[in-house]
Ligand binder design. Structure first.
Ligand code: IPE
Ligand code: IPE
Ligand code: MG
Ligand code: MG
Ligand code: MG
Length: 321
């Protein structure tokens, strides 16, 4: 019988082209990252604390795993060993979950539903939810620092993830998000906010798959330039789609409470441009992302497949009116 760990080596799954179909490597990749999360977020003795239970609740119950899959896709391009990518993908998903748990807190978006379940502060209390975010962040860095990789690579990965959630990244973007409530702002302010609050972690996810194995030096400037352009477009598209779906999708589709942005008077691309223009912007960004990795050829095949996945998600959940 085929097992999870052998799936990506299976000649049958690869077919005549020798390549894995996208749905196979994505399912397999998500499963491996989830196994890594379960292993890394595990109490050392029998007595699991409520905090650890809440950390596992925040990370192991769903999510599209987009950031981990982006990391795996770049890792394939860079020939990063699979076992390393599993842990790096898990570290990224821990950090992502940290931002979600804090984003949902009463002092932030005050959300009660996430991934179809009660949010962490609803289930475990506000104090525990704050600590879950803190501890997930620490575990993400611990995971990167403990990788079986040369010191320089580990430092590059730690720096990359730290930058992504810093005052110039997600934390700064979230502060801007809160400061713009109820305000009329130009589109470029929203774009700047999106690039920080969610784009920075997407950029790091793409780059970290490569940074595991390839230094960002002059010899690899073209690679990192292409990855940066790709991730800038992908990251912005991801948040634009999230904003569209907040305004159009139902609870079952979102696993979150719909209509929160309008209720909280948050300016978004969708509220400023209108839904159709925002949808077109997302499609244009995904197309531009594809163009930016074209020079990398078939090496970037999995990054291109991630764009097809995002496109399909948009067409499925936000069909043209
Ligand atoms: C939600 O991200 C928060 C944003 C930055 C838009 P995702 O839509 O990737 O959330 P999950 O991980 O699939 O739940
Ligand atoms: C949050 O954006 C981005 C983060 C840094 C977590 P949103 O507030 O729009 O994300 P959702 O819609 O709650 O997932
Ligand atoms: Mg928010
Ligand atoms: Mg939110
Ligand atoms: Mg949202």
């Amino acid at each position: 019988m085929q097992t999870d760990s052998t799936l990506h080596d299976d000649a049958q799954a690869r077919g005549a082209s020798g390549r894995l179909p996208p749905e196979i490597w994505m399912q397999d990749g998500a499963r491996r990252v989830e196994q890594a999360l379960a292993r890394l977020l595990c109490a050392e003795d029998d007595g699991e604390t409520e905090l650890m239970a809440a950390m596992r609740y925040a990370t192991l119950h769903g999510g599209k795993r987009t950031r981990a899959l982006l990391c795996l896709a770049t890792g394939a391009l860079a020939d990063t060993p699979a076992h390393m990518l599993d842990d790096v993908g898990a570290a990224i998903e821990m950090m992502h979950a940290c931002t979600l748990v804090h984003d949902d807190l009463p002092a932030m978006d005050d959300d009660v539903l996430r991934r179809g379940l009660p949010t962490v502060h609803v289930k475990f209390g506000e104090a525990t939810a704050i600590l879950v975010g803190d501890a997930l962040q620490a575990h993400a860095f611990l995971t990167l620092a403990s990788l079986d990789a040369p010191g320089d690579n580990r430092i590059a990965l730690v720096r990359e993830l730290a930058q992504a959630v810093s005052a110039e990244g997600a934390a700064g973007g979230q502060a801007m998000d809160l400061s713009l409530v109820g305000k009329h702002v130009e589109l470029d302010r929203i774009v700047a906010m999106h690039r920080m609050k969610s784009g920075a972690l997407v950029r790091a996810s793409v780059r970290m798959g490569a940074l595991c194995a390839i230094a960002e030096d002059a010899a690899h400037a073209a690679l990192y330039c292409a990855l940066d352009r790709y991730s800038a477009c992908f990251g912005l598209a991801l948040q634009v789609v999230d904003d569209i779906l907040d305004a159009t999708a139902d609870t079952a589709t979102l696993g979150k409470t719909p209509g929160k942005d309008a209720a909280a008077q948050k300016p978004t691309c969708a509220s400023i441009m209108g839904l159709q223009a925002a949808r077109q912007l997302a499609l244009d960004l995904l197309r531009d992302a594809g163009e930016s990795i074209a020079p990398l050829g078939t090496r970037a095949e999995r990054l291109a497949q991630m764009l097809q996945r995002a496109n399909a998600y948009l067409f499925k959940h936000a069909p043209c009116a």
